[in-house]
Design a protein. Structure first.
Length: 356
């Protein structure tokens, strides 16, 4: 065990003994996300570096404080990638923070979510114990899948110190097509394409324009581009636009004073929610909406009617919950899990919900 990990374990044990809250932090690029930040800072950036990477096995094991950019560069040297495209929101974004946030990028609807690629984790629990779950192969789970439970936990269950992830080869071909369509027409067209053997990878609709990214074999991408039509986007522009969408650097995501960014997760067949300026991703399943925190009831009721839920992603003022309140039975499960991993309640109290 090295000095950096020893220091984290020691700090957790001290905090537990004194019932002193801790706020786990990597690069801090997602500090905006969640209900509130509370507790003494526990910096995991010193726990960094690649533990094991064998390209032929399509698995990488990396320590949590490793920067995403460094990991992506390593994978790119072997022609591989993190297909779920974790948002970075800043140069200091770490792989541990990415897993803790559980966010996936533009390709999520086609390739799966971040949690689908988590094979194993090593964490420090609320007692200061170093625990390992999962492993480095795909079929390694017997019983409760704790590794994937850490995805989206926002540091409320334990300190993620090491992660094993499945990686994939970079597709040999890519093309982006543009179409002028209304939101309803774009959704209908995406649903039609979804029923065909096309290499759809990502989509984005905003302000009357639909962009569709194709990825796959050279012949498949070329054939799809011919059959789908539209206008081809220059590769150098596409290389800028999709990462900008992933990291919310497009003009749409600029918020005016008092404005908030809501994330609605709904079935991809849901009709337009008509709640304000909207950007649609994931072939219709993820909808970014500009409204205000005061619109919480209206936004959440509309998302629920469509069969989904809504999160106050950015711009909250503390007056409304960031995450949709849990049903009593589900809240009880969350509380029990929290108590098992963090009996003293020291990890990020109130980050997910006020109760825990």
């Amino acid at each position: 065990m090295d000095a950096a990990l020893d220091a984290v374990i020691g700090k957790v044990r001290q905090a537990a003994a004194r019932a002193r809250p801790l706020r786990i932090r990597g690069g801090g690029s997602k500090d905006f996300y969640g209900q509130r930040l509370h507790g003494e800072l526990l910096d995991v950036r010193p726990i960094a570096g690649v533990v094991d990477y064998e390209p032929s096995e399509l698995v990488v094991t990396v320590r949590a404080g490793t920067r995403l950019r460094e990991l992506q560069a390593l994978l790119a040297d072997s022609g591989q990638c993190l297909p779920f495209e974790p948002p970075q929101f800043g140069v200091g974004s770490t792989i541990g923070g990415a897993v803790a946030a559980g966010l996936s990028g533009p390709a999520r609807a086609s390739v799966g979510s971040l949690r689908d690629y988590v094979l194993g984790v090593q964490i420090v629990n609320g007692k200061g114990e170093l625990l390992t779950f999962g492993g480095q192969v795909m079929k390694n789970v017997a019983g409760y899948d704790v590794s994937r439970l850490m995805a989206g936990s926002l540091g409320t269950l334990g300190v993620i110190v090491q992660v094993s992830l499945k990686v994939l080869p970079v597709p040999p071909a890519e093309a982006t097509l543009l179409f002028d369509l209304s939101e309803t027409s774009a959704r209908q067209q995406l649903n039609r394409w979804g029923g065909q053997p096309l290499p759809l990878n990502a989509s984005c609709w905003a302000d009357g324009h639909l962009a569709v990214r194709l990825r796959g074999a050279q012949a498949a991408v070329a054939a799809a581009a011919r059959s789908m039509g539209g206008q081809a986007l220059a590769p150098e522009r596409a290389e800028r636009q999709w990462p900008a969408l992933r990291d919310q650097a497009l003009p749409f995501f600029r918020l005016a004073p008092g404005e908030a960014l809501w994330r609605a997760s709904v079935p991809d067949t849901a009709t337009p929610l008509n709640l304000g300026p909207t950007l649609v991703e994931w072939h219709g399943a993820q909808r970014w909406i500009k409204a205000t925190p005061a619109d919480a009831t209206h936004v959440r009721e509309a998302a629920a009617r469509a069969g989904g839920h809504a999160t106050l992603f950015r711009g909250g003022d503390g007056s409304v919950p960031v995450f949709t309140p849990l049903a009593p039975a589900l809240a009880q499960i969350h509380a029990r899990l929290k108590h098992e991993f963090d009996p003293a309640g020291i990890f990020g109290p109130g980050r997910l919900y006020d109760e825990f």
